[in-house]
Design a protein around this ligand. Structure first.
Ligand code: HEC
Ligand code: HEC
Length: 196
């Protein structure tokens, strides 16, 4: 009997606690819905300059929001937006978006270039952007099926140093660029755009 009462008390206590927690921090889904105007329903963007954020890893998401907030990562819009959220809210959204399924944007690509791009990817990028760039493990973001215009200006930001990249990526990217030039970059972009 006593045991039962205690269990009940614990249960009610738990309910009250979780209700309070809910009131304090809106769910990741509720917060995430406010991003849909630009990033699309559940983070699958319809627009070419706004990246899809569905399915990106929690770590990558949190790092990106922090870097926008601090200004370490250049942005047109996200710097201002990121400042509006607490760490708890960012964590809740990270979990929500990581659980959504990434859907590739409908894009045209050049078959011949994509084929060459696939080879370049294997040689210079696959080590960290695994499974043809579909994986967001290793905190690296999803490349396969990501909007090409977004990837294009992101690569520009990396190349001119306005967005910092990991040292090892820099080495590989420079090697690739030295060997294959701007054409190689174009081939890589066509490869990612060709992936579904
Ligand atoms: C007004 C349009 C707009 C809104 C609203 C918006 N974003 Fe963005 N987001 C962008 C753009 C554009 C970029 C590319 C960086 C830039 O230029 O700001 C971006 C980039 C990002 C990235 C980086 C993705 C990557 O692949 O590295 C994340 C993460 C992100 N946004 C999260 C969010 C979250 C979370 C919200 C809602 C709280 C949100 N955004 C609301 C336009 C928007
Ligand atoms: C040593 C590991 C490594 C290698 C090799 C590497 N990358 Fe990356 N890449 C990363 C990491 C980590 C990030 C996340 C960086 C950040 O936001 O701080 C990243 C981010 C990116 C992004 C930004 C994604 C987004 O959503 O904004 C692009 C684009 C990219 N890499 C392209 C490439 C290409 C193309 C190659 C091959 C030429 C390559 N990377 C090789 C580790 C790597």
């Amino acid at each position: 009997m006593r045991q039962k009462k205690r269990q009940l008390a614990l249960l009610i206590g738990g309910l009250v606690l979780s209700a309070t927690a809910w009131a304090a921090t809106p769910s990741g889904e509720m917060l995430g819905n406010t991003c849909a105007g630009c990033h699309g329903t559940n983070g699958n963007s319809q627009g070419p300059a706004t990246p899809t954020i569905a399915g990106i890893s929690k770590d990558y998401f949190v790092d990106a929001m922090k870097a926008y907030k601090s200004g370490d990562r250049p942005s047109t819009i996200m710097g201002r937006i990121a400042k509006g959220y607490t760490d708890e809210e960012v964590d809740a959204m990270a979990k929500f978006f990581a659980e959504q399924k990434f859907k590739a944007g409908m894009q045209v690509s050049d078959k011949g270039k994509a084929k060459k791009g696939a080879k370049l990817h294997d040689k210079y990028c696959e080590k960290c952007h695994e499974d043809g760039g579909t994986s967001s493990e290793d905190d690296a973001g999803i490349l396969a099926g990501q909007w090409e215009p977004y990837l294009h200006y992101t690569m520009k930001d990396f190349m001119d140093g306005s967005r910092e990249m990991p040292k090892k990526m820099k080495k590989k990217l420079e090697k690739m660029h030295k060997k294959a030039g701007d054409a190689g970059m174009d081939q890589l972009m066509n490869f990612y755009a060709s992936e579904k």
